[in-house]
Design a protein around this ligand. Structure first.
Ligand code: NAP
Length: 250
């Protein structure tokens, strides 16, 4: 559907769920994908899937909550392909479930470290590389919980709300330099983040919260993300795009 031939794209959290779907779609659409996640072996598995389908991919393990690792990831992209054009700051964690008055301090810092600091460290390294490349596009993976609350998930909700503000500000700063920056807000999506933590009854309960009557698929988030990365979205920057089966419509 999209043609990313000649473009290099970083995807974080690319060894599972939404990030894996995005990495595979970018790879199938001609991009050289830098597949990044915590575990080298998991990155290698997704990169191999792209290579098996005659795509281009490089595996690079990096922890997004480490600013030096985020810089090394960008350096890898430039070393392997000469330039960085696209990035999806997708890695994220759910964190502990507890009301604010009881929320564990270490869990708060861990969620903020991955979901918010990770996006900042990512863009801080990616943007100068995109300036060197003459422009680019970034998608930061937020959530519906970037615009509405969810009981017992204060750290996650706060981190995703903050990603929207960070995205808008960076977009304003770099719009004139040909770098578009947007955020995406999925509702509940069938990925290990959800299925590893919830039983079927809970999943059915979540499905009922969506007017379409089901949880979403990772490929449905990838379709929106790839559109925002593509030149078809050339007038879209600084904005938040829902892919939520109507969750936030009521
Ligand atoms: P997922 O299946 O758990 O995939 C996330 C990937 O990120 C995992 O491979 C995970 O590795 C990796 N990761 C975790 N911490 C990392 C770190 N510090 N550095 C690098 N990689 C790290 O989750 P997902 O559902 O696809 O979620 C992807 C993004 O979408 C997240 O930002 C999430 O908040 C967002 N989102 C998800 C949903 C949903 O319902 N699934 C809804 C809205 C938004 P490990 O498995 O080894 O931890």
């Amino acid at each position: 559907m999209f043609d990313f031939t000649g473009k290099t794209a970083i995807v974080t959290g690319a060894a599972s769920g939404i990030g894996e779907a995005i990495a595979l779609e970018l790879g199938a659409s001609g991009a050289h994908v830098i597949v990044s996640d915590l575990e080298a072996q998991a990155c290698g598995r997704v990169a191999a899937s792209i290579l098996d389908r005659d795509g281009k991919a490089t595996a690079f393990a990096a922890d997004v909550s480490d600013p030096e690792a985020s810089a090394a990831l960008v350096a890898c992209a430039e070393k392997e392909t000469g330039a960085l054009h696209l990035a999806v700051n997708n890695a994220g964690i759910g964190g502990a479930q507890a009301p604010v008055g009881e929320y564990p301090l270490d869990a708060w810092r861990q969620v903020m470290g991955v979901n918010l600091d990770g996006v900042f460290y990512g863009m801080r390294a990616q943007i100068p590389a995109m300036e060197r490349a003459g422009g680019g596009a970034i998608v930061n993976m937020a959530s519906i919980l970037g615009s509405v609350g969810f009981a017992n998930s204060s750290a996650y909700v706060a981190s995703k709300h903050a990603v929207l503000g960070l995205t808008k500000t960076a977009a304003m700063e770099y719009a004139q330099k040909g770098i578009r920056i947007n955020s995406v807000g999925p509702a509940f999506i069938q990925t290990p983040l959800l299925t590893n933590n919830l039983d079927q009854e809970m999943l059915d309960g979540l499905a009922a919260l969506h007017p379409v009557g089901r949880i979403g698929a990772a490929e449905e988030v990838s379709a929106l993300t790839c559109f925002l990365l593509s030149d078809r979205a050339s007038f879209i920057t600084g904005s938040y795009h829902l892919v939520d089966g109507g969750y936030t419509a009521p």
